[in-house]
Design a protein around this ligand. Structure first.
Ligand code: AMP
Length: 110
C-alpha cells in the first residue's frame, strides 16, 4: 500500500490540518517553505490528472481545502503545485496538492 494511503487509513499516525469524507491535509515531512501542506484525496489515484479525470468534485475539494487553509493561516500569497510525473518531480504516486507559503517564491520554478 502506498505511503499516502497509509496516512489516509491511519496506519501512519498523522496530525490532519483538515479532513473531510474525501480529502485530508497534513504537513509535508520535508518542508520547502515555512508553510508546506499536502492536500490529498483519501482514495488512491496515481496523480492529479487521474484524479481530475475520475472525480472532478474531489479535485475541486482539494482546491477549496487549500484556499481555506491559506485563509486560516493568513498567508500573504501562496503557491499551489501538483507535480505530475517523475519528470516534473513527482516522488509519491498518490495524487497530492502542495500548498506552500510564508516566503517569497521565484519564477520560473526550478
Ligand atoms: P512530490 O515530490 O510532488 O511527489 O511530493 C511528495 C511529497 O511528500 C514530498 O514533498 C515529501 O517530502 C512528502 N512526503 C513523503 N513522505 C511523507 C510523509 N510520510 N509525511 C508527509 N510528507 C511526506
Amino acid at each position: 500500500m502506498c505511503i499516502f494511503c497509509k496516512i489516509a487509513n491511519g496506519e501512519i499516525a498523522t496530525n490532519y490540518l483538515y479532513e473531510s469524507e474525501q480529502v485530508l491535509a497534513f504537513n509535508d515531512l520535508a518542508p520547502q517553505a515555512p508553510t508546506h501542506i499536502l492536500v490529498i484525496p483519501r482514495a488512491h489515484y496515481e496523480n492529479a490528472a487521474e484524479l481530475a479525470a475520475a472525480d472532478s468534485a474531489t479535485m475541486s475539494e482539494l482546491f477549496a481545502a487549500g484556499r481555506g487553509l491559506a485563509a486560516k493561516l493568513d498567508l500573504d500569497g501562496y503557491r499551489i503545485t501538483f507535480n505530475t510525473g517523475a519528470n516534473a518531480g513527482q516522488s509519491v504516486f498518490h495524487a497530492h496538492m502542495h500548498l506552500l507559503g510564508g516566503r517569497p517564491f521565484a519564477w520560473p520554478p526550478g
